[in-house]
Design a protein around this ligand. Structure first.
Ligand code: GLU
Length: 511
Protein backbone atom coordinates (compact mmCIF):
# COMPACT_ATOMS: atom_id res chain seq x y z
CA UNK A 1 0.00 0.00 0.00
CA UNK A 2 1.22 3.50 -0.81
CA UNK A 3 2.21 5.61 2.13
CA UNK A 4 -0.41 8.23 3.05
CA UNK A 5 0.79 11.70 2.14
CA UNK A 6 1.27 13.87 5.21
CA UNK A 7 2.50 17.44 5.08
CA UNK A 8 2.85 20.06 7.74
CA UNK A 9 2.71 23.79 8.02
CA UNK A 10 4.99 24.62 10.94
CA UNK A 11 4.94 28.30 11.79
CA UNK A 12 6.52 29.83 14.86
CA UNK A 13 4.06 31.99 16.78
CA UNK A 14 6.14 35.14 16.60
CA UNK A 15 3.69 37.58 15.03
CA UNK A 16 1.32 38.02 12.11
CA UNK A 17 1.29 35.65 9.18
CA UNK A 18 3.21 37.14 6.30
CA UNK A 19 1.85 36.34 2.87
CA UNK A 20 4.86 34.09 2.26
CA UNK A 21 3.79 32.05 5.28
CA UNK A 22 0.21 31.79 4.04
CA UNK A 23 1.46 30.69 0.64
CA UNK A 24 3.54 27.95 2.29
CA UNK A 25 0.40 26.81 4.11
CA UNK A 26 -1.57 26.97 0.85
CA UNK A 27 0.89 24.92 -1.21
CA UNK A 28 1.08 22.33 1.57
CA UNK A 29 -2.70 22.19 1.74
CA UNK A 30 -3.09 21.84 -2.03
CA UNK A 31 -0.53 19.07 -2.23
CA UNK A 32 -2.15 17.17 0.64
CA UNK A 33 -5.70 17.49 -0.69
CA UNK A 34 -4.73 16.56 -4.20
CA UNK A 35 -3.20 13.32 -2.93
CA UNK A 36 -5.94 12.56 -0.42
CA UNK A 37 -3.40 13.24 2.31
CA UNK A 38 -3.32 15.06 5.63
CA UNK A 39 -2.49 18.69 6.22
CA UNK A 40 -1.06 19.21 9.69
CA UNK A 41 -0.56 22.43 11.60
CA UNK A 42 2.33 22.23 14.02
CA UNK A 43 3.13 25.21 16.21
CA UNK A 44 6.90 25.56 16.57
CA UNK A 45 7.14 27.47 19.80
CA UNK A 46 10.37 26.14 21.28
CA UNK A 47 12.02 29.54 21.24
CA UNK A 48 10.24 31.01 24.23
CA UNK A 49 12.11 34.29 23.89
CA UNK A 50 10.40 34.91 20.55
CA UNK A 51 6.97 33.76 21.64
CA UNK A 52 4.32 36.42 21.10
CA UNK A 53 0.94 36.09 22.82
CA UNK A 54 -1.97 35.95 20.43
CA UNK A 55 0.14 34.80 17.49
CA UNK A 56 -1.13 31.22 17.57
CA UNK A 57 -4.77 32.31 17.64
CA UNK A 58 -3.96 34.63 14.78
CA UNK A 59 -2.52 31.72 12.75
CA UNK A 60 -5.64 29.62 13.40
CA UNK A 61 -7.93 32.42 12.35
CA UNK A 62 -5.94 33.26 9.23
CA UNK A 63 -5.99 29.66 8.05
CA UNK A 64 -9.71 29.52 8.70
CA UNK A 65 -10.30 32.73 6.80
CA UNK A 66 -8.41 31.31 3.82
CA UNK A 67 -10.30 28.02 3.95
CA UNK A 68 -7.14 26.05 4.75
CA UNK A 69 -8.39 24.05 7.70
CA UNK A 70 -5.84 21.57 9.04
CA UNK A 71 -6.71 17.91 9.52
CA UNK A 72 -4.62 17.81 12.68
CA UNK A 73 -3.62 20.79 14.81
CA UNK A 74 -3.28 21.98 18.41
CA UNK A 75 -6.93 23.03 18.31
CA UNK A 76 -8.28 19.98 16.53
CA UNK A 77 -5.96 17.38 18.03
CA UNK A 78 -5.11 14.21 16.16
CA UNK A 79 -3.45 10.83 16.60
CA UNK A 80 0.16 12.04 16.63
CA UNK A 81 -0.05 15.08 18.91
CA UNK A 82 0.54 17.15 20.81
CA UNK A 83 0.95 19.57 17.93
CA UNK A 84 2.51 22.37 19.93
CA UNK A 85 6.24 21.76 20.37
CA UNK A 86 6.42 23.31 23.84
CA UNK A 87 4.10 20.51 24.96
CA UNK A 88 6.47 17.92 23.51
CA UNK A 89 9.50 19.10 25.49
CA UNK A 90 10.09 15.74 27.22
CA UNK A 91 10.29 13.93 23.87
CA UNK A 92 13.40 15.58 22.47
CA UNK A 93 16.01 15.01 25.18
CA UNK A 94 16.38 11.27 24.42
CA UNK A 95 17.16 12.02 20.78
CA UNK A 96 19.77 14.59 21.75
CA UNK A 97 21.34 12.11 24.17
CA UNK A 98 21.32 9.45 21.49
CA UNK A 99 23.32 11.79 19.27
CA UNK A 100 25.81 12.46 22.06
CA UNK A 101 26.22 8.72 22.64
CA UNK A 102 26.89 8.06 18.99
CA UNK A 103 29.46 10.88 18.87
CA UNK A 104 27.39 13.05 16.50
CA UNK A 105 26.78 15.71 19.11
CA UNK A 106 28.43 16.96 22.29
CA UNK A 107 27.80 18.89 25.48
CA UNK A 108 28.99 22.47 25.56
CA UNK A 109 29.27 24.49 28.78
CA UNK A 110 30.20 27.92 27.44
CA UNK A 111 28.55 30.95 28.98
CA UNK A 112 27.18 33.75 26.79
CA UNK A 113 30.24 35.83 27.74
CA UNK A 114 32.57 33.06 26.62
CA UNK A 115 30.78 32.87 23.30
CA UNK A 116 31.15 36.61 22.91
CA UNK A 117 34.88 36.39 23.68
CA UNK A 118 35.28 33.63 21.09
CA UNK A 119 33.72 35.84 18.42
CA UNK A 120 36.22 38.60 19.00
CA UNK A 121 39.25 36.48 19.90
CA UNK A 122 39.27 34.26 16.82
CA UNK A 123 38.38 36.91 14.31
CA UNK A 124 40.93 36.85 11.50
CA UNK A 125 41.07 38.12 7.94
CA UNK A 126 39.91 34.81 6.52
CA UNK A 127 37.45 34.16 9.34
CA UNK A 128 35.86 37.57 9.95
CA UNK A 129 32.85 36.27 11.89
CA UNK A 130 33.92 33.18 13.76
CA UNK A 131 31.26 30.65 14.59
CA UNK A 132 31.22 27.72 16.96
CA UNK A 133 32.62 25.20 14.48
CA UNK A 134 35.48 22.90 13.57
CA UNK A 135 37.92 25.80 13.83
CA UNK A 136 36.91 27.12 17.21
CA UNK A 137 35.30 24.23 19.07
CA UNK A 138 38.60 22.93 20.44
CA UNK A 139 39.16 26.28 22.21
CA UNK A 140 35.78 26.20 23.88
CA UNK A 141 34.46 24.31 26.92
CA UNK A 142 32.82 21.18 25.64
CA UNK A 143 33.09 17.41 25.82
CA UNK A 144 35.39 17.39 22.81
CA UNK A 145 37.94 19.77 24.34
CA UNK A 146 37.69 18.91 28.04
CA UNK A 147 38.93 15.77 29.74
CA UNK A 148 36.47 13.10 30.76
CA UNK A 149 36.97 14.04 34.44
CA UNK A 150 36.31 17.72 33.83
CA UNK A 151 33.14 16.92 31.94
CA UNK A 152 32.00 14.57 34.71
CA UNK A 153 32.64 17.26 37.30
CA UNK A 154 30.69 19.88 35.37
CA UNK A 155 27.80 17.50 34.78
CA UNK A 156 27.76 16.42 38.44
CA UNK A 157 27.63 20.07 39.46
CA UNK A 158 24.62 20.59 37.20
CA UNK A 159 26.50 23.15 35.14
CA UNK A 160 24.29 24.74 32.51
CA UNK A 161 25.00 23.17 29.14
CA UNK A 162 23.66 22.85 25.66
CA UNK A 163 24.00 20.01 23.16
CA UNK A 164 25.56 20.89 19.84
CA UNK A 165 25.76 18.91 16.64
CA UNK A 166 29.31 18.03 15.66
CA UNK A 167 29.36 19.17 12.07
CA UNK A 168 31.49 16.74 10.02
CA UNK A 169 34.75 18.23 8.85
CA UNK A 170 34.67 18.18 5.10
CA UNK A 171 31.69 16.42 3.79
CA UNK A 172 29.25 17.10 1.03
CA UNK A 173 25.58 16.88 1.99
CA UNK A 174 23.13 16.31 -0.84
CA UNK A 175 19.57 17.40 -0.73
CA UNK A 176 17.06 16.45 -3.39
CA UNK A 177 14.60 19.33 -3.65
CA UNK A 178 11.39 18.83 -5.64
CA UNK A 179 11.70 22.35 -7.06
CA UNK A 180 15.43 22.97 -7.16
CA UNK A 181 16.71 19.50 -7.96
CA UNK A 182 19.92 18.50 -6.24
CA UNK A 183 21.31 21.05 -3.82
CA UNK A 184 24.81 20.58 -2.43
CA UNK A 185 26.21 21.82 0.88
CA UNK A 186 29.78 21.75 2.14
CA UNK A 187 29.76 20.96 5.86
CA UNK A 188 33.08 22.72 6.45
CA UNK A 189 31.21 26.00 6.04
CA UNK A 190 28.59 25.12 8.64
CA UNK A 191 28.61 25.67 12.38
CA UNK A 192 27.87 23.33 15.25
CA UNK A 193 24.26 24.33 15.77
CA UNK A 194 22.74 24.02 19.21
CA UNK A 195 20.22 21.17 19.28
CA UNK A 196 19.13 21.24 22.90
CA UNK A 197 19.21 24.42 24.93
CA UNK A 198 20.23 24.87 28.56
CA UNK A 199 16.57 24.98 29.62
CA UNK A 200 16.02 21.55 28.10
CA UNK A 201 14.05 22.92 25.17
CA UNK A 202 15.12 21.70 21.76
CA UNK A 203 16.06 24.21 19.12
CA UNK A 204 14.10 24.34 15.92
CA UNK A 205 16.66 22.09 14.16
CA UNK A 206 16.23 19.12 16.48
CA UNK A 207 12.50 19.60 16.99
CA UNK A 208 11.68 19.84 13.29
CA UNK A 209 13.44 16.57 12.49
CA UNK A 210 12.13 14.63 15.47
CA UNK A 211 8.60 15.85 14.88
CA UNK A 212 8.61 15.27 11.15
CA UNK A 213 9.63 11.72 11.98
CA UNK A 214 7.15 11.13 14.80
CA UNK A 215 4.32 12.77 12.89
CA UNK A 216 5.09 10.61 9.84
CA UNK A 217 5.57 13.60 7.56
CA UNK A 218 6.16 12.44 3.99
CA UNK A 219 6.85 15.85 2.39
CA UNK A 220 8.44 18.83 4.11
CA UNK A 221 7.69 22.04 2.22
CA UNK A 222 8.74 25.43 3.48
CA UNK A 223 10.11 28.78 2.44
CA UNK A 224 13.47 29.23 0.76
CA UNK A 225 14.81 31.00 3.86
CA UNK A 226 15.11 27.54 5.43
CA UNK A 227 17.33 26.12 2.72
CA UNK A 228 20.59 27.01 4.56
CA UNK A 229 19.36 24.96 7.55
CA UNK A 230 18.53 21.96 5.39
CA UNK A 231 21.96 20.23 5.62
CA UNK A 232 21.69 20.20 9.42
CA UNK A 233 18.31 18.53 9.05
CA UNK A 234 19.57 15.98 6.52
CA UNK A 235 22.42 15.04 8.86
CA UNK A 236 20.06 14.70 11.82
CA UNK A 237 17.82 12.46 9.74
CA UNK A 238 20.82 10.37 8.79
CA UNK A 239 22.04 10.07 12.39
CA UNK A 240 18.69 9.48 14.05
CA UNK A 241 16.32 7.74 11.70
CA UNK A 242 18.10 7.03 8.43
CA UNK A 243 17.82 9.09 5.27
CA UNK A 244 15.52 6.49 3.72
CA UNK A 245 12.74 7.66 5.99
CA UNK A 246 13.40 11.33 5.37
CA UNK A 247 10.52 13.31 3.87
CA UNK A 248 10.87 14.74 0.41
CA UNK A 249 11.82 18.39 0.47
CA UNK A 250 10.75 21.48 -1.39
CA UNK A 251 11.75 25.06 -0.67
CA UNK A 252 9.38 27.70 -2.03
CA UNK A 253 10.70 30.88 -3.65
CA UNK A 254 10.76 34.12 -1.73
CA UNK A 255 8.12 36.79 -2.24
CA UNK A 256 9.99 39.91 -3.30
CA UNK A 257 9.34 43.59 -2.73
CA UNK A 258 7.24 45.29 -5.43
CA UNK A 259 10.19 47.59 -6.03
CA UNK A 260 13.89 47.04 -5.57
CA UNK A 261 15.56 43.92 -4.28
CA UNK A 262 14.94 41.56 -1.45
CA UNK A 263 12.22 39.91 0.44
CA UNK A 264 8.90 41.67 1.02
CA UNK A 265 9.01 42.79 4.63
CA UNK A 266 6.92 44.44 7.32
CA UNK A 267 8.71 47.67 6.59
CA UNK A 268 7.48 47.60 2.97
CA UNK A 269 3.93 47.43 4.26
CA UNK A 270 4.26 50.76 6.05
CA UNK A 271 6.47 52.31 3.40
CA UNK A 272 4.17 51.51 0.49
CA UNK A 273 0.87 51.46 2.37
CA UNK A 274 0.11 47.91 1.30
CA UNK A 275 -0.99 44.88 3.30
CA UNK A 276 1.48 42.05 3.73
CA UNK A 277 -0.22 39.99 6.44
CA UNK A 278 -3.29 37.80 6.00
CA UNK A 279 -5.21 39.80 8.58
CA UNK A 280 -4.45 42.90 10.62
CA UNK A 281 -1.81 42.14 13.23
CA UNK A 282 -1.46 44.31 16.28
CA UNK A 283 1.94 43.88 17.83
CA UNK A 284 1.26 43.51 21.57
CA UNK A 285 4.68 44.95 22.43
CA UNK A 286 4.55 48.12 20.37
CA UNK A 287 0.79 48.49 19.88
CA UNK A 288 1.54 49.03 16.20
CA UNK A 289 -0.83 47.49 13.68
CA UNK A 290 0.35 45.97 10.42
CA UNK A 291 -2.33 45.85 7.81
CA UNK A 292 -3.86 42.63 6.62
CA UNK A 293 -5.51 41.65 3.36
CA UNK A 294 -8.76 40.80 5.12
CA UNK A 295 -9.15 44.26 6.60
CA UNK A 296 -8.00 45.87 3.37
CA UNK A 297 -11.13 44.50 1.75
CA UNK A 298 -10.03 41.27 0.09
CA UNK A 299 -12.26 38.28 -0.38
CA UNK A 300 -10.45 35.21 0.95
CA UNK A 301 -10.93 33.50 -2.44
CA UNK A 302 -9.11 36.33 -4.17
CA UNK A 303 -6.32 36.38 -1.62
CA UNK A 304 -5.77 32.63 -1.97
CA UNK A 305 -5.93 32.81 -5.77
CA UNK A 306 -3.44 35.66 -5.91
CA UNK A 307 -1.06 33.82 -3.58
CA UNK A 308 -1.30 30.57 -5.51
CA UNK A 309 -0.06 32.19 -8.70
CA UNK A 310 2.65 34.12 -6.91
CA UNK A 311 5.32 31.55 -7.63
CA UNK A 312 3.37 28.95 -9.60
CA UNK A 313 1.44 28.60 -12.85
CA UNK A 314 -0.09 25.64 -14.60
CA UNK A 315 1.58 26.38 -17.92
CA UNK A 316 -1.51 27.99 -19.46
CA UNK A 317 -2.76 31.58 -19.52
CA UNK A 318 -5.30 30.85 -16.80
CA UNK A 319 -5.09 33.13 -13.78
CA UNK A 320 -8.36 32.70 -11.93
CA UNK A 321 -8.68 29.60 -9.79
CA UNK A 322 -10.94 28.58 -6.95
CA UNK A 323 -9.44 26.51 -4.17
CA UNK A 324 -10.99 23.40 -5.73
CA UNK A 325 -9.49 24.23 -9.14
CA UNK A 326 -6.15 24.65 -7.44
CA UNK A 327 -6.40 21.30 -5.72
CA UNK A 328 -6.87 19.84 -9.22
CA UNK A 329 -4.24 21.78 -11.08
CA UNK A 330 -1.46 22.58 -8.60
CA UNK A 331 1.83 20.77 -8.97
CA UNK A 332 4.99 21.25 -6.95
CA UNK A 333 7.27 20.82 -9.95
CA UNK A 334 5.70 23.87 -11.58
CA UNK A 335 6.56 26.06 -8.61
CA UNK A 336 9.17 28.56 -9.74
CA UNK A 337 12.72 28.59 -8.48
CA UNK A 338 13.14 32.34 -8.72
CA UNK A 339 11.58 34.77 -6.27
CA UNK A 340 8.14 36.13 -7.13
CA UNK A 341 7.66 39.89 -7.15
CA UNK A 342 4.60 41.06 -5.28
CA UNK A 343 2.36 43.49 -7.15
CA UNK A 344 -0.43 45.08 -5.13
CA UNK A 345 -2.29 46.39 -8.17
CA UNK A 346 -2.44 42.85 -9.50
CA UNK A 347 -3.67 41.63 -6.13
CA UNK A 348 -6.52 44.15 -6.39
CA UNK A 349 -7.26 42.95 -9.90
CA UNK A 350 -7.77 39.45 -8.51
CA UNK A 351 -10.15 40.81 -5.94
CA UNK A 352 -12.08 42.72 -8.57
CA UNK A 353 -12.38 39.56 -10.66
CA UNK A 354 -13.59 37.62 -7.64
CA UNK A 355 -16.16 40.29 -6.80
CA UNK A 356 -17.43 39.79 -10.35
CA UNK A 357 -17.48 36.02 -9.89
CA UNK A 358 -19.45 36.13 -6.66
CA UNK A 359 -23.23 36.13 -6.83
CA UNK A 360 -24.85 39.31 -5.54
CA UNK A 361 -26.36 37.34 -2.68
CA UNK A 362 -23.00 35.93 -1.69
CA UNK A 363 -21.58 39.45 -1.48
CA UNK A 364 -24.28 40.65 0.93
CA UNK A 365 -22.59 39.63 4.23
CA UNK A 366 -19.27 41.15 3.14
CA UNK A 367 -20.85 44.42 2.04
CA UNK A 368 -23.03 44.63 5.12
CA UNK A 369 -19.97 44.25 7.31
CA UNK A 370 -18.14 47.02 5.45
CA UNK A 371 -21.14 49.31 5.89
CA UNK A 372 -21.35 48.50 9.57
CA UNK A 373 -17.65 49.16 10.04
CA UNK A 374 -18.37 52.60 8.65
CA UNK A 375 -21.20 53.09 11.12
CA UNK A 376 -23.84 52.72 8.48
CA UNK A 377 -26.57 50.36 9.57
CA UNK A 378 -28.47 48.61 6.82
CA UNK A 379 -31.97 47.81 8.03
CA UNK A 380 -32.55 44.81 5.80
CA UNK A 381 -30.32 42.71 3.61
CA UNK A 382 -32.77 42.88 0.71
CA UNK A 383 -32.13 46.60 0.32
CA UNK A 384 -28.50 45.81 -0.45
CA UNK A 385 -29.25 43.54 -3.39
CA UNK A 386 -30.03 46.18 -6.06
CA UNK A 387 -27.22 48.41 -4.77
CA UNK A 388 -24.65 45.61 -4.98
CA UNK A 389 -25.80 44.61 -8.48
CA UNK A 390 -25.48 48.18 -9.66
CA UNK A 391 -22.03 48.98 -8.26
CA UNK A 392 -20.21 45.65 -8.07
CA UNK A 393 -18.34 46.11 -11.33
CA UNK A 394 -16.92 49.36 -10.04
CA UNK A 395 -15.42 47.78 -6.90
CA UNK A 396 -11.95 46.33 -6.46
CA UNK A 397 -11.83 46.24 -2.69
CA UNK A 398 -14.78 45.53 -0.42
CA UNK A 399 -14.39 49.04 1.01
CA UNK A 400 -15.29 50.36 -2.44
CA UNK A 401 -18.85 49.16 -1.86
CA UNK A 402 -19.12 51.71 0.92
CA UNK A 403 -17.48 54.46 -1.10
CA UNK A 404 -19.61 53.70 -4.16
CA UNK A 405 -22.81 52.87 -2.32
CA UNK A 406 -23.09 54.87 0.89
CA UNK A 407 -25.31 57.54 -0.67
CA UNK A 408 -28.05 54.98 -1.18
CA UNK A 409 -28.47 54.80 2.57
CA UNK A 410 -27.62 58.28 3.66
CA UNK A 411 -28.45 61.53 1.86
CA UNK A 412 -25.44 63.62 0.83
CA UNK A 413 -24.30 65.96 3.58
CA UNK A 414 -22.61 68.22 1.09
CA UNK A 415 -22.83 68.75 -2.64
CA UNK A 416 -20.09 69.38 -5.15
CA UNK A 417 -21.75 72.62 -6.24
CA UNK A 418 -18.70 73.91 -8.04
CA UNK A 419 -19.31 71.27 -10.65
CA UNK A 420 -22.65 72.81 -11.65
CA UNK A 421 -22.89 76.34 -10.30
CA UNK A 422 -21.47 78.16 -13.31
CA UNK A 423 -24.07 76.68 -15.63
CA UNK A 424 -26.98 76.84 -13.23
CA UNK A 425 -29.91 79.19 -13.95
CA UNK A 426 -33.56 79.75 -13.12
CA UNK A 427 -34.68 77.73 -16.11
CA UNK A 428 -32.89 74.69 -14.78
CA UNK A 429 -34.42 75.24 -11.36
CA UNK A 430 -37.85 75.28 -13.02
CA UNK A 431 -37.02 72.11 -14.84
CA UNK A 432 -36.35 70.26 -11.60
CA UNK A 433 -39.47 71.65 -9.94
CA UNK A 434 -41.51 70.30 -12.79
CA UNK A 435 -39.62 67.01 -12.80
CA UNK A 436 -40.50 66.30 -9.19
CA UNK A 437 -44.14 67.00 -9.87
CA UNK A 438 -44.04 64.36 -12.59
CA UNK A 439 -42.05 61.95 -10.46
CA UNK A 440 -44.68 62.07 -7.82
CA UNK A 441 -47.20 60.65 -10.22
CA UNK A 442 -45.06 58.51 -12.49
CA UNK A 443 -46.87 55.18 -12.99
CA UNK A 444 -43.80 52.96 -13.13
CA UNK A 445 -40.77 53.70 -11.02
CA UNK A 446 -37.86 52.40 -13.03
CA UNK A 447 -34.75 53.83 -14.69
CA UNK A 448 -36.24 53.82 -18.20
CA UNK A 449 -39.41 55.72 -17.32
CA UNK A 450 -37.50 58.16 -15.09
CA UNK A 451 -35.20 58.87 -17.97
CA UNK A 452 -37.91 59.30 -20.58
CA UNK A 453 -39.87 61.69 -18.36
CA UNK A 454 -36.66 63.62 -17.77
CA UNK A 455 -35.92 63.87 -21.48
CA UNK A 456 -39.49 64.83 -22.33
CA UNK A 457 -39.52 67.81 -19.97
CA UNK A 458 -36.03 68.85 -21.10
CA UNK A 459 -37.20 68.81 -24.73
CA UNK A 460 -40.28 70.77 -23.85
CA UNK A 461 -38.18 73.40 -22.12
CA UNK A 462 -35.60 73.27 -24.81
CA UNK A 463 -32.70 72.41 -22.49
CA UNK A 464 -30.14 69.80 -23.36
CA UNK A 465 -30.86 66.77 -21.22
CA UNK A 466 -27.12 66.16 -20.96
CA UNK A 467 -26.72 69.46 -19.13
CA UNK A 468 -29.31 68.47 -16.57
CA UNK A 469 -27.93 65.08 -15.74
CA UNK A 470 -24.95 66.35 -13.79
CA UNK A 471 -27.12 68.53 -11.52
CA UNK A 472 -29.40 65.54 -10.95
CA UNK A 473 -26.43 63.42 -10.02
CA UNK A 474 -25.11 66.05 -7.60
CA UNK A 475 -28.56 66.24 -5.99
CA UNK A 476 -28.80 62.50 -5.50
CA UNK A 477 -25.19 61.58 -4.81
CA UNK A 478 -23.46 64.79 -3.80
CA UNK A 479 -20.59 64.04 -6.17
CA UNK A 480 -19.81 63.86 -9.84
CA UNK A 481 -19.08 60.16 -10.09
CA UNK A 482 -21.14 57.05 -9.68
CA UNK A 483 -23.25 54.61 -11.64
CA UNK A 484 -25.89 55.75 -14.21
CA UNK A 485 -28.02 58.39 -12.54
CA UNK A 486 -31.48 57.03 -13.43
CA UNK A 487 -30.46 53.65 -12.07
CA UNK A 488 -29.57 55.43 -8.86
CA UNK A 489 -32.94 57.14 -8.69
CA UNK A 490 -34.70 53.88 -9.47
CA UNK A 491 -33.09 52.30 -6.40
CA UNK A 492 -33.57 55.32 -4.15
CA UNK A 493 -37.31 55.23 -4.73
CA UNK A 494 -39.68 58.07 -5.35
CA UNK A 495 -39.91 59.64 -1.89
CA UNK A 496 -36.14 59.79 -1.40
CA UNK A 497 -35.40 60.97 -4.94
CA UNK A 498 -37.94 63.78 -4.70
CA UNK A 499 -36.68 64.72 -1.24
CA UNK A 500 -33.08 64.97 -2.42
CA UNK A 501 -33.93 67.06 -5.48
CA UNK A 502 -36.13 69.31 -3.42
CA UNK A 503 -33.65 69.75 -0.64
CA UNK A 504 -30.97 71.10 -2.97
CA UNK A 505 -33.32 73.34 -4.93
CA UNK A 506 -34.78 74.71 -1.71
CA UNK A 507 -31.45 75.07 0.06
CA UNK A 508 -30.74 78.23 -1.84
CA UNK A 509 -27.15 77.13 -2.32
CA UNK A 510 -27.46 77.28 -6.08
CA UNK A 511 -28.67 80.85 -6.32
N1 GLU B 1 9.21 26.97 12.30
C1 GLU B 1 9.66 27.31 10.99
C2 GLU B 1 9.01 28.63 10.61
O1 GLU B 1 8.72 29.40 11.47
C3 GLU B 1 9.26 26.21 10.04
C4 GLU B 1 10.28 25.85 9.04
C5 GLU B 1 9.96 24.46 8.49
O2 GLU B 1 8.85 24.29 7.98
O3 GLU B 1 10.78 23.56 8.61
O4 GLU B 1 8.76 28.94 9.47
Amino acid sequence: MEKKIRVRFAPSPTGGLHLGGVRTALYNFLFAKQHGGDFILRIEDTDQSRYVPGAEEYINESLKWCGLEPDESPLKGGPLGPYRQSERKSIYREYADQLVKSGKAYYAFDSPEELETMRSKYRTADNPSPQYDRRTREHMRNTLSLTFEETERLMAGNTAHVIRIKMPDKEIVYLQDMIRGEVIFDTSLLDDKVLLKADGMPTYHLAVVVDDYLMKITHAFRGEEWLPSAPVHVLLWRYLFGEDLMPEWAHFPLILKPDGNGKLSKRDSARLGIPIFAMDWKDPATGQTITGFRESGFLPQAFVNMLAVLGWNDGTEQELYSLDDLVDKFSIDRVHKAGARFNYEKAKWFNHEWIKRFSTHALVPFVKKVFEENNLRVANDASLIPVISLIRDRCSLLGDFYIQGKFFFTAPQQWDLNAIRSKWNGQKADFFKEYIEILDKIPEWNAASLESAFKAIAAEKNIKAGELQLPLRIMLVGEKSGPPVFEIAAILGSAETIKRIRSLINSGSLQ
